[in-house]
Design a protein around this ligand. Structure first.
Ligand code: DAH
Length: 343
């Protein structure tokens, strides 16, 4: 039987090789794989063999079948490449293929820009946990347990055993958790850091997503006062938004800064005159203030020697004040038609 199989394969190899086109190959396929194929005939003969020889015969036939399959595939490929090379020509007038190049997401672009602007002022980028202890997110920032001010941060708590000293874990609702961590790391001022991280809050609507980004600035040194803070914001604003945009400070209250402000920037639509979008000429950028002595103490920095300012702003919000985005949620829907506008 082995001899017979070899003969079949040799014949098949010759025939497949000399086949001139696809239809000839298809005919050969029927010849070698159809019901009346020589291998099928041999298969039927297996039952008449001595039982000891049956398994080997079966294996040989199967092997032969897969060799035939390969011959068939190769022949098909050969005819195809022959055909393709026969019709190949170069149309020098055909337009070239456009290569599409991706680009950074709008949020990543803004992060790069913000980091560049602040690095020119000597701030270094740090990164602090996005899941952190209650101590860093609230308590060290002068918000004792059960303090009502905590309600402003619609926090997600992590179900995990609390740390006896640091409390529960939370998904950071703001980047201010980096303040005391930075003081612990640097130990002795001067400090100039920005901390950019994802933040999480239980809020979703046209101007909120449950995950968003903030950037937190912290500067601590000797003799730091409000004019330093104002100058820094003006520098940022003109560099990020453009020369003719200015900031103003509006009194506000945060537990971790005293005094506290909300920082506004002039509306780019009306240039500060008041319009339908801003209603007052101003758009609110975010919070800021002079670091509260209790926060400095929590970071083991002597408030009698040092003072500082801090600020924390939403990146998505900051973007939407520069590039008009009707709904912040669009940033995270991954709709390429939206994203491609910002290359
Ligand atoms: N963490 C505040 C928030 O998420 C914003 C903020 C206000 C940050 C004042 C600061 C600050 O550093 O000084 O609403």
């Amino acid at each position: 039987m082995e001899k017979r199989i070899r003969k079949i394969l040799n014949e098949a190899a010759k025939e497949f090789e000399s086949a001139g086109d696809e239809s000839e190959i298809d005919q050969l396929y029927v010849k070698y794989f159809g019901k009346k194929s020589p291998l099928n005939k041999l298969t039927k003969k297996i039952s008449t063999l001595d039982p000891a020889l049956k398994p080997k015969a079966g294996q040989n036939i199967n092997k032969a079948k897969s060799t035939l399959e390969k011959l068939f595939d190769r022949a098909k490929r050969n005819v195809k490449t022959k055909k393709a090379s026969a019709t190949k020509y170069i149309d020098v007038t055909a337009p070239g293929k456009k290569i599409t190049i991706g680009h950074l997401h709008l949020v990543s672009q803004a992060i790069e820009e913000i980091v560049t602007i602040f690095s020119k002022l000597g701030y270094s980028l740090q990164s602090y946990p996005e899941i952190d202890w209650d101590w860093y997110a609230f308590e060290s920032l002068n918000m004792p347990k059960d303090h009502p001010a905590r309600d402003d941060w619609e926090t997600f708590f992590v179900k995990a055993p609390p740390n006896p000293k640091l409390g529960n874990q939370v998904l950071t609702p703001h980047t201010s958790n980096g303040q005391v961590r930075e003081m612990e790391n640097v130990k002795k001022p001067p400090i100039r850091m920005i901390n950019i991280a994802r933040c999480y809050r239980r809020q979703i609507d046209i101007s909120h997503t449950p995950m968003f980004h903030q950037f937190e600035g912290l500067l601590i040194d000797k003799n730091i006062s409000i004019p330093n803070l104002k100058g820094t914001f003006d520098y940022f604003t003109t560099n990020f938004f453009g020369k003719n945009r200015v900031t103003r400070l509006r009194p506000h209250h945060f537990r971790f800064t005293e005094p506290s402000f909300e920082v506004d920037v002039t509306c780019d639509v009306c240039g500060g005159k008041s319009c339908r979008i801003c209603k007052s000429g101003w758009l609110e950028l975010g919070g800021a203030g002079m670091v509260h002595p209790k926060v400095l103490e929590a970071g083991k920095i002597d408030p009698k020697k040092y003072s500082g300012f801090a600020f924390g702003w939403g990146i998505e919000r900051t973007i939407s004040m520069k590039t008009k985005i009707p709904d912040i949620r669009l940033l995270y829907q991954n709709d390429i038609r939206f994203l491609e506008q910002f290359s």
